[in-house]
Each structure stands twice: as structure tokens, then as C-alpha cells.
Design a protein. Structure first.
Length: 344
């Protein structure tokens, strides 16, 4: 068995318990892992780095872009960390595992690539200062004011520059984001104010693009409760300059848990508890995945239709899910991104 195949199999073990929510994220954290607590004080640049004492973590960027003719494109760059145990070593015996996902979405195509790695040998990792996140030759690096991001797959590549045009924002209770009635939670903050520019390399050639990007940082040790099956996550940027992050965590019995953050153009936030944010599927693609939604946040006058630019933005990765750019119409207009997990 090759080292690469062995890495692949080892990486999938923590995700095997699909009965415990999407990708096993409803399984109990296990002995030794740290659990998020209210009142945590974030410290930067330290918290931009990895937290190996927690079981799961990600650095998750999505972007809405256009070319010179206004043609829309979507882009994703994600690095996931998961762990068997809350320790690190500088050898193959490290219990920390890494998975990278990259994608480019057009109106007609969805290009996907995946990378898998063990910790401890330098193949993948994240350091806080100077910040760098990488897996193989994919990278996201800089000082969080200016960053460079690269990735490639069999049919695509991109090389992008990110420039922050606003502050970090914190979700939930100052970054303590509750995920269920049972109290599961994560630490969760975002940089939703990145301007992005660079070059996509697609089968038809190179395309210069510009737009806006949203980078999420989240870590936990049990993200879902054992009766939750997945989530529908929305990041919406309105033409007014306001932004909305909202999620619906799917419950086996249909009693979905929701939360949202309203973000003003200057980075001010208002957190909304369970029930304030409503996301209702309107229509599905050929695989019965919802690709048109009604999204409501009545306290902010939001009643919009969110529609996929490409209905078939399915991530054909080891742990499959749907991720793609969307348009927003109705009480507010704009663009955004939608991620959906827990759909077969």
C-alpha cells in the first residue's frame, strides 16, 4: 500500500460515522480534547493558527468574481484539520490530519480538486506568525491585510491576491457560536471584507478576475449534536454594503436550528438567535439538492430569493457536499455563497 493511499485511508477514519451527523461531526469529542467555552478572548495572530487541542478546524475561503465582460465566477479554497488525539509530533505518528479542497465554478462547469496529508512531516499545516496555510503546493499566506492564495487541479488553477477592506467579525456571542439546543458550539470569526483579484486558468485559457472574498475561521471538538445531519450555510453580500451570514442545521425530526449575523459596511455586527433566521428550500436540482431558497431575517427586513449560478456545484470529494456562488433578489439584491452538507 502506498504512503498516499495510506494517508487517504487514515484521513477518512474520523469522518466514517455518518450516522453521527455529516462527516461524523456529531460524534462526541472524546477524552482530552478541549471544548469551546463562553467568554473566550481571541488573540491575534495566534488564533489565525492551528488549535491541535480541538478535534476539528478549518480555514475556509469563498469568492464571487467577474471578468472584464461581467461573467460571474466562484472560487473556493479550504484547508481542514481533524485529529484522533489532541497532540502533535514531528513524525508520521502525529494524530493530526489535513484535507484541502479547491474549486472554481462557472455558469456551466464546476472544477474540483482535493489534497490529503498527514501532519508532522511538513506536507501540510498552518502557522500563525507569519501566517501561512498550505497543503502540498497550495497556499494561503500573508498578514491578513494582504494575502496570496494559490491552488490547482487537473482542469484549473488560480493565483489570487486578497486585500482586507474591513475588520474581522465575530459570530454568536463574541465568537462563541452555538450550534444546537444541546449546547454544541464552536469558535467562529470571519474576514468578509476581502477584495480579490488574480488569474483563473481554465481549459479555455487564462481569465483575469476581480471581486470579493469571505474567509471563515472555525474550530470545535463536536460541531453538531448527535441528532443533526448537516447544514445549509449562507454568506450573502448585499448591494447596500450590508452582509448576512446565516445557517440552518438540519435535525433528523425537522426541528432545524438556525443562527445569523448581520454585518454592517463598517464591520458592526448583530447576532440573531435560533429561529430569527429562516431558510426555506424552493426548488432542487436533478439530485434533489436545494438550489433555490427563500431566506428571511424579518428584524432586518430581509426576504430574498437565493439562487445558484450553477445548479451542479457538487464537491466530488472524499466527504461530498454542495458549494457554489449564488445571486440574491427580492427585498435586497446582491451575491453570495451557499454550502450544503448532509445531502446524498
Amino acid at each position: 500500500m502506498s504512503v498516499r493511499v495510506l494517508s487517504f485511508l487514515l484521513l477518512l477514519l474520523p469522518f466514517a460515522a455518518h450516522a453521527q451527523g455529516f462527516a461524523g461531526l456529531g460524534t462526541a469529542a472524546g477524552a482530552g480534547f478541549t471544548e469551546p467555552q463562553r467568554g473566550y478572548t481571541f488573540t491575534f495572530p495566534r488564533d489565525h493558527g492551528a488549535h491541535p487541542d480541538f478535534r476539528i478546524e478549518w480555514w475556509y475561503l469563498t469568492a464571487n468574481m467577474t471578468d472584464a465582460e461581467g461573467t460571474p465566477y466562484g472560487l473556493q479554497w479550504t484547508l481542514f484539520r481533524t485529529a484522533f488525539a489532541p497532540q502533535t509530533t514531528e513524525t508520521w505518528s502525529s494524530p493530526q490530519l489535513w484535507m484541502g479542497h479547491a474549486a472554481v465554478t462557472t455558469k456551466t462547469d464546476h472544477y474540483v480538486a482535493e489534497r490529503l496529508a498527514r501532519d508532522g512531516i511538513g506536507q501540510a499545516g498552518v502557522i500563525a506568525d507569519p501566517f501561512a496555510a498550505w497543503i502540498d503546493d497550495w497556499q494561503l499566506a500573508g498578514d491578513w491585510q494582504s494575502m496570496r492564495m494559490t491552488a490547482s487541479g487537473p482542469d484549473f488553477a488560480y493565483d489570487m491576491t486578497l486585500t482586507a477592506q474591513g475588520p474581522l467579525v465575530f459570530h454568536g456571542e463574541n465568537g462563541f457560536s452555538v450550534k444546537s439546543q444541546n449546547g454544541q458550539a464552536s469558535y467562529y470569526y470571519s474576514q468578509p471584507f476581502f477584495a480579490i483579484a488574480g488569474t483563473l486558468t481554465l481549459p479555455e485559457g487564462e481569465v483575469a478576475v476581480t471581486g470579493n472574498a469571505w474567509l471563515d475561521r472555525e474550530w470545535s471538538s463536536q460541531l453538531l449534536s448527535d441528532d443533526q445531519t448537516g447544514w445549509d450555510w449562507f454568506s450573502l453580500s448585499f448591494d447596500s454594503g450590508d452582509k448576512l451570514m446565516g445557517f440552518r442545521l438540519q435535525h433528523k425530526e425537522g426541528n432545524h436550528f438556525t443562527a445569523a449575523t448581520w454585518i454592517t459596511p463598517d464591520g458592526g455586527t448583530t447576532a440573531f438567535p435560533n429561529g430569527a433566521f429562516v431558510a426555506t428550500p424552493l426548488s432542487t436540482n436533478d439530485s434533489d439538492v436545494p438550489v433555490r431558497w427563500r431566506v428571511e431575517l424579518p428584524e432586518k427586513g430581509v426576504d430574498v430569493t437565493v439562487a445558484a449560478i450553477n445548479d451542479n456545484a457538487w464537491m466530488t470529494t472524499s466527504v461530498p457536499y454542495w458549494e457554489g456562488p449564488v445571486t440574491v433578489s427580492g427585498s435586497h439584491t446582491g451575491i453570495g455563497y451557499l454550502e450544503m452538507t448532509g445531502y446524498d
